[in-house]
Design a protein around this ligand. Structure first.
Ligand SMILES: Nc1ncnc2c1ncn2[C@@H]1O[C@H](COP(=O)(O)OP(=O)(O)OP(=O)(O)O)[C@@H](O)[C@H]1O
Ligand SMILES: [Mg+2]
Length: 273
């Protein structure tokens, strides 16, 4: 795959090792379980989607969350973004029980598979990127415009593109815009949910590089959800493998990509090798 070109000799991003040395993890999940209610009100049952998982993510660290469709990856990501409550267990954000205020302050962000979900088709891209600042009443108009211009440069887009509508951009440019919008408030935790899955392979490699370099600059904690073990390898320091709502393996990328422990991880791994 093109994004494997130029890789260093170590397997995965786990070789650096400095990220887990931080004292207070950004994210701590303890015995976290999530279930959905299903059925009509008189016959409502709870169907488990995530079963009591434990996970920590440090500032500057990316955890790759991989597993088959329906295994609970997006559900877990939604809980970590404060978009739905856990049914059991605890979720600490920067050492404190998660408070929805954290989300309102712009400390959390998400980048989806389809950038169209983040960008209003009727707004010029610059306005879409500025919107989270406006909602939080951060800066005046001039200040917001300056921040948008600086953010566009960071994600590798020409300032002129701020005046375009999302429909006037390529898929890769749209995803860069969506990343710019996600980053504009300086989030300390970002979920990338299949963020490169809909892109051409050559564009995927550019976006993966961008995610890596933005993380090195901004030191946010990240959950990188993907079906694609090769893409995940490029950005993740650690890998969590999910199956039927359980973590079957959590390992450093180095260890995982050298020798996955669990038979299910090996099967997943063999399918890309
Ligand atoms: N809103 C919902 N209401 C009821 N059940 C849901 C809801 N969303 C997801 N589920 C169920 O929860 C389980 C986990 O779904 P989830 O979307 O988290 O999986 P996923 O690993 O992200 O899958 P994919 O790789 O296809 O995106 C599935 O069985 C799914 O059917
Ligand atoms: Mg999903």
């Amino acid at each position: 795959m093109p994004f494997c070109e130029g890789r260093r000799e170590h397997a995965g991003r786990g070789g650096g090792g400095d990220v887990t040395a931080m004292s207070m993890p950004t994210i701590q999940l303890r015995g976290l379980g999530v279930s959905y209610r299903k059925g009509p009100a008189w016959q409502r049952i709870r169907v488990p989607a995530v079963n009591r998982v434990d996970l920590e993510i440090a500032a500057g660290e990316t955890v790759g969350l991989v597993g088959e469709s329906g295994s609970g990856k997006t559900t877990l990501g939604r809980v970590m973004l404060g978009l739905m409550p856990a049914t059991t267990g605890t979720f600490l954000f920067e050492g404190k029980p998660f408070d929805p205020k954290v989300r309102r302050q712009g400390a959390l962000a998400v980048v989806f598979q389809h950038p169209e979900w983040a960008l209003n088709p009727r707004l010029r891209c610059g306005a879409s990127i500025a919107e989270p600042l406006q909602i939080q009443k951060l800066g005046d108009r001039g200040e917001r415009q300056r921040r948008v211009a600086a953010m566009l440069a960071k994600v590798g887009l020409d300032a002129e593109l701020a005046g375009r509508y999302p429909g006037e951009l390529s898929g890769g440019q749209r995803q860069r815009m969506a990343i710019a919008r996600a980053l504009i408030t300086g989030p300390r935790f970002i979920v990338f949910d299949e963020a490169v899955s809909a892109l051409d392979v050559s564009v995927q490699s550019q976006i993966l590089n961008l995610i890596r370099s933005l993380q090195q600059q901004h030191r946010f904690a990240a959950l990188f959800i993907s079906h694609d073990l090769a893409a995940t390898r490029y950005v993740a320091h650690r890998i969590a493998v999910m199956r039927g709502g359980d973590f079957v393996e959590v390992a450093s990328a180095q260890q995982f990509y050298t020798r996955p422990e669990h038979p299910y991880s090996r099967a997943l791994y063999d399918s890309i090798a």
